[in-house]
Design a protein around this ligand. Sequence first.
Ligand code: CRA
Length: 820
Amino acid sequence: MLDNNFKKEEFKKSVRENVKMLYRKTIEEASQEQIFQAVSLAVKDVIIDNWLLTQKQYEKDDPKIVYYLSMEFLMGRALGNNLINLCAYNEVKEALEELGFDLNVIEDQEPDPALGNGGLGRLAACFLDSLATLGYCAYGCGIRYHYGLFKQKIENGFQVEVPDNWLKDGYPFELRRPEYAKEVKFGGYVKVVYDPATGRNNFVQEGYQSVLAIPYDMPIVGYNNKIVNTLRIWDAQAISEFQLDLFDKGDYRKAVEQENLAKNICDVLYPNDNHYAGKELRLKQQYFFISASIQAAIEKFKKSHSDLHDLPKKVTFQLNDTHPTMTVAELMRILLDEEGMTWEEAWEITTHTCAYTNHTIMAEALEKWPIELFSKLLPRIYQIIEEINRRFIQEINNKYPGNQEKVRKMAIIYDGQVKMAHLAIAGGYSVNGVARLHTEILKKQELKDFYEMYPDKFNNKTNGITQRRFLLHGNPLLADWVTDHIGDGWVTDLSQLSKLKVYADDKRAQQEFMNIKYQNKVRLAKYILEHNGIEVDPRSIFDVQVKRLHEYKRQLMNILHVMYLYNQIKEHPEMDFYPRTFIFGAKAAAGYVRAKLTIKLINAVADVVNNDKSINGKLKVVFIENYRVSNAEMIFAAADVSEQISTASKEASGTGNMKFMLNGAVTIGTMDGANVEIVEEVGEENAFIFGLSSDEVINYENHGGYDPMQYFNNDPDIRNVLMQLINGTYSNGDFELFRDIYDSLLNTKSSDRADTYFILADFKAYAEAQKRVEEAYKDEAGWAKKALLNTACSGKFTSDRTIQQYVDEIWHLDKVTIDK
Ligand code: CRA
């Protein structure tokens, strides 16, 4: 019996009480949503006891703290996950059954807190889970967006964005903490005041507008260890509500302005993945949550420590990409202006407290703020960055005397722009990439000059995922099977999955493994029938690509290949063809026109293929609407084939690839991101690798690209498929609908380079790899072995391993256990 605070009868009583108190209803009268709220409150009650215990322990032990600063936390639903980590899932399931409810249905009432776009935000969520489970003192710091990532509806094949009002019924797992509110200042000007007492100039921001940052805390429950950490997300509130005296002084205009400023800061998450939009409101969001978080962290530090020079021994600020890079300047501001330190002292502390993770080499994702915008909104912060830049350029000049080229490439402020990545590298003690290949590309290409200057700052931390959510919760059948075979140690030590390798050739194990996969496919088929009205055969190969829609991820190559297969089947009806279901799920950023058109193309192909009786259901195409964390868990569990087909060098790591692998899907992919390490773990014979290497791609790019026309001219299969984009085959005779996609592949005029992502160059290699997939799948035992080995070899990709590496090599945190 696992150690938890759940007593079934007490729990049932508490649910009844909660329904009564919240809704003045009996259990029988309550709706499922109301039961969800009541159950969540009962669970929260247990969590809060542990939350208090954890806080006490931290006060006693005074461990080093990591603040994981991130614009995004893609948490997904909390109820099921909390029950899993409290080891109370089965008890609560039974308790609810006795009350006449199905826990799965109750879980489905919870809105997915979608405060993130994709991989970067979900990584942050997995990291928080691992930090709590491993017993490290960590705070997530972010923004309480009132609207998370939009919900996706598909209408007539097109994506339509619907606002995600996740707070509308109240979110039971958050706790408002107004007593810890912080003031954040925008605009105005900086006044220099000479202080004769110290002989120093003091810098005072005046004429500014203020916003009050109110923290909301969410519990992060560690697995079976009583530790509960905190995700603190900040909401904005007008300060005038607190300081009514402003009105008395007649400063009505300022009060109204502050009111307006506060109103929209936390309205909505920007829906771009891997893309920088340069909006003023986004800059406001960044400074808002950073200023509040850093102020709170310093205040907390000072409560139990007397000397701020010790900050680096007790605190690390980890910057999740450049979005929180304001941290460097804000910390400097506090140390200089509020603590009265010298520049040298403040810089010494800052550069030993901040650390930066780079998540992409995509040029369009690099944050570069125009200095007019920046200096107007954040005058003091801008001033500090100017001084950081002045000294940094001096350092470059000392190291490379007379080398203007170096200054041009590395300066923090250049060409009228503030370059956030340069600030993050200069202002921190660690720079890490998120997969081995990605880190190598940073060192050799993107950040070459910085690597040359600070080789010791650079390190790799290959991403990981939490098995608690993506196997234990998402795939209970497989989780039980694994536990039956090797015990349950894998839940907190995923490397133990390697013990499954001895079953790779065991007929019975293979059959059980594939039978579980089949049942998960049946579960997904049911979901697809309910949501898409499409009937799919769970015996067909489930070939899945779910991730954000982006050209570099090449969903287009996948659907072009489906078009190619369809042509083959039509031309050779007698051909031996193993039935296949191609499943897509992807949100496109609201303003990303070509990505949205690709969604339309996928749905258009689905319409034609799924309704063609002549192919006897050999091919099905499904676009799953509103792909998100909750349906992802079910989709990974049901996949046979994992599509990881990005243009080599472009996907920094990928994390979906790891979730598929853990669930026994076999990868078809390029040697990109973490795929490289996946193949290293599972063996090339248990994956289907194809296409250009990252070196080849980079080499083409450095020499002006390549010529896709040659493929069009020389390969009739490719030509056929491309012509179908503009001859109405998938658009009821409309030649223009998909012309932009056609042009993007062939016409240099429509984009700076035709086929920027090498789709035609890799197409045939991809088709050939897909052929190998089909052949391999026909061999039942052979496939079962591959699938089983993927699970067995996925141990490396737990976020527990990633976090332990961050702890050992960057953060140096102390492990905490709750005294019994
Ligand atoms: N879009 C990368 O593209 C990576 C995640 C998490 C991304 C993924 O390959 O797995 O980060 N980059 O490290 C990003 O957001 C701003 O850059 C992503 O999610």
